[in-house]
Design a protein around this ligand. Sequence first.
Ligand code: AMP
Ligand code: MN
Ligand code: MN
Ligand code: MN
Length: 276
Amino acid sequence: MSNQYDFHCHSTASDGALAPQALLQRAHAQGVTCLALTDHDTVNGLALAQQEAEQLNMRFIAGIELSVTWERHCLHIVGLNINADNGVLQQGIAGLQSIRVERAQKIAHKLAQKRIPDVYEAVTAAAGEGMITRSHFADYLLKQHYVSTQQEAFDRYLGQGKSAYVSTTWASLQDAVSWINQAGGVAVLAHPLRYKFSANWFNRLLTAFTQFGGQGIEVVTGRCSADEIKQLSQYALRYDLWGSVGSDFHTPVNQWVELGRLQALPEKIKPVWELF
Ligand code: AMP
Ligand code: MN
Ligand code: MN
Ligand code: MN
């Protein structure tokens, strides 16, 4: 079960464990011939990734994963084949980056109230020049033995409704899709089944998404079942969306998710790479 295409993964520019060059090398070793890097709310890893792809004779698609708040739910919209220098996109992500910093300070404050001090300094150092994400908090809590797994960090502190959770208003769905489109990219709904929407809500979401100019959906994700692919294919056909495939790879430590370890896109689905 391996795929030549992988259009969703992370580097050290956000919460991935591998630097862009190492990520491309790993994708190459896994048999991927065309990779999109899609870091959370940043394009900072793209230039190095592109250079490495050229060295390896791979195709590279410049991407991003934008954080969105829609109807009080957090959604992720992947942008593929974007022009990272586009001013509208850059301004949009600059706003998301300030939201990330403010949120990180608030999370650290809540943890301090739980007698877990100095976390902001630690996660800032760990993120380096990359985006600060909740994964950085989880890693720190794990390293300092406040929890024994990353999952426990989300279950006890960082997950929605938990003691260090900070409710955040990200970009609107309309803005995120529009930034991607203005940067010449294709907006793709990421990991659609992770939101646990009912059919009714899911139809509402796809109606809004397509009205705003969204054109794609991840039909194949890491660790998805044949049933899930079937379900998502039906939505792709109903809303006339291009199908994407993406592992959402973050780290080699997670042995369940690997670059390019993806089922094939069903034949009746228009592959998003036909656009590139
Ligand atoms: P953020 O965008 O900063 O809220 O961070 C979200 C990131 O944290 C996601 O992209 C995942 O990598 C990770 N994450 C979110 N929820 C969980 C969870 N329950 N367990 C492990 N990792 C998670
Ligand atoms: Mn992530
Ligand atoms: Mn995501
Ligand atoms: Mn992701």
